[in-house]
Design a protein. Structure first.
Length: 507
């Protein structure tokens, strides 16, 4: 928070021994989630070919994980505050590994969607626990900033490891292998974490609010589903009903939390301008980025003809930029200001996305690589500092709930981004005019068009692919423009909301 917050309790000055070793275990959990999130984009063309999902099913495969995790993060953060963050982290990591096997061997689109949803349940336990443990292990604000920077840099490194490792696996094994790489990371995390991680919990948490859990999940899923369906198909009675029910559930959740003596989520946290500004910045940033990133891997493979390993390498600049920026973000925020670093980072991402509005099927890699590098740098500065702001704005007893709010904004933004921007790409793509004899499945996804072209005469196949790729790129550039607009708006909002915000004060 701002300078009105009192300094850290002097009793927290004694630093926990072994805290950096404990951090190394926490970043394994971050790596687990980041790798899983990034490999899906590369595997999407192969999933499309093998499982033959419709366009809507393909979007559900991409975003149902975020739907579920967004609905459960607050609940799981509160549960960790109650039963112990170490315990919920280790249980969640074990479940995450087990459900990854189900993802790997899914044999139908419906089973794949279910597997991704279950992975969201497990994933909801991991990220809030890691940030909450960092808040409780690192009491010194400067050490905590560095720890959060390493945490964020590891997430970014996971976005690099995911595509490269996933690309290698996809070129040598079947698509399900990209999910099995979670298993060794999970095994190391559980075995080592059981020995190194300290347990922490809220000493007076109150009972876990099961009714609040149901309201939170129903509200998030209902709202996001309504946005997704409206963006894809227009305002229909089903989407309107889901949205109204979701809004009612969220209203009931907020009302209930305000009346409980020990709520799952203390709504008074949002009265802090810095906390609210950081959460809003995270949500809008991911909303502007995620849908575009989801389709960029398809662009590199299905439009430009790169192999999955090459496509993974092509995305490395974003991760390199994010890692570098994340490690120095805390220092930069102290030297300049929190709002300058966050707002500047968001503006860099927005301008980079705007540059993608000029791409076509033959755009050279120097432009794409430069754009990805600046996207990574901007996001690394912004996400690292906003995570630090959120942790610094709350007492350590509420670290789980506050971390959950941060991650909820991230996952909700991801779901909405894939839903809205992804629906822009899909809507433009479906309108392409193919040659006579074009199968109906070719209009569902670009992967479907590539598969359909294999069954057609060469001339017809060439015309189909040219038309489909042009439509896909048109949708991608339109989504890039929309994403740039969102990011620039987020930059302006952060400049005002994070005024006078500092990192050196802890409640």
């Amino acid at each position: 928070m701002s300078s009105t917050l009192r300094p850290a309790d002097p009793t927290e000055a004694v630093q926990r021994p072994g805290r950096w070793l404990a951090l190394s275990v926490l970043v394994l959990a971050v790596l687990l989630v980041a790798v899983d999130a990034t490999v899906l984009g590369l595997a999407t063309p192969y999933i499309s070919e093998d499982l033959a999902p419709t366009g809507t099913q393909l979007l559900w495969i991409g975003d149902v994980y975020s739907f579920v995790i967004a609905g459960l993060l607050v609940s799981m953060g509160g549960l960790g505050d109650r039963i112990g963050r170490k315990r919920i982290l280790l249980v969640g990591a074990t479940a995450f590994g087990a459900v990854s096997v189900l993802n790997a061997y899914a044999s139908t689109p419906e089973l794949m969607i279910l597997a991704r949803a279950l992975l969201g349940v497990a994933g909801a336990t991991l990220m809030p626990a890691t940030l909450a443990l960092i808040r409780n292990i690192f009491h010194d604000p400067r050490e905590r900033s560095l720890a959060v920077g390493i945490w964020g840099a590891t997430a970014s490194a996971g976005t690099a490891v995911g595509p490269v490792a996933g690309g290698f696996l996809l070129e040598h094994f079947w698509w399900g292998s990209v999910f099995l790489i979670n298993l060794p990371v999970m095994a190391v995390l559980v075995v080592v974490g059981a020995r190194l991680l300290p347990e922490s919990r809220d000493p007076d948490p109150g009972p876990w609010d099961l009714r609040g859990v149901v309201l939170s999940l129903a509200g998030m899923v209902g709202i996001v589903y309504a946005v997704k369906e409206t963006a894809a198909h227009g305002l229909a009675p089903g989407a309107l009903t889901a949205g109204l029910l979701g809004a009612a559930a969220l209203y009931g959740f907020v009302r209930r939390q305000l009346t409980l003596p020990k709520p799952l989520l203390d709504m008074r946290l949002f009265a802090h301008r810095g906390f609210s500004g950081a959460v809003l910045a995270d949500l809008l940033t991911i909303l502007g980025l995620s849908g575009l990133v989801f389709f960029l891997s398809q662009y590199l493979q299905l439009v430009q003809g790169r192999g999955p390993f090459e496509a993974g390498l092509a995305e490395l600049p974003a991760a390199i930029g994010a890692v570098a920026a994340g490690l120095v973000a805390g220092r930069a925020a102290r030297r300049f200001s929190v709002r300058a670093v966050v707002s500047g980072g968001l503006a860099a991402v927005g301008l980079s996305l705007a540059a993608l509005t000029v791409v076509d099927h033959s755009t050279g890699y120097p432009l794409i690589g430069t754009v990805l590098l600046f996207v990574g740098i901007g996001a690394g500065f912004s996400f690292t500092v906003t995570a630090d702001v959120i942790l610094s704005s709350v007492p350590k007893e509420q670290a789980g709930a506050a971390s959950a709010v941060s991650e909820t904004a991230y996952e909700l933004g991801a779901a909405l981004g894939i839903a809205v921007l992804g629906s822009i790409v899909t809507g433009v793509y479906r309108g392409f005019s193919g040659p006579a004899g074009t199968p109906a499945g070719a209009h569902e996804s670009l992967g479907g068009a590539v598969e359909a072209a294999r069954t057609l005469p060469p001339d017809t196949a060439g015309a189909l692919l040219a038309s489909a790729r042009e439509a896909f790129v048109d949708g991608l550039t339109l989504a890039a423009g929309a994403g740039a607009t969102v990011l620039l708006a987020a930059s302006a909002a952060a400049w005002f909301l994070l005024r006078d915000q500092r990192l050196d004060h802890t409640p």
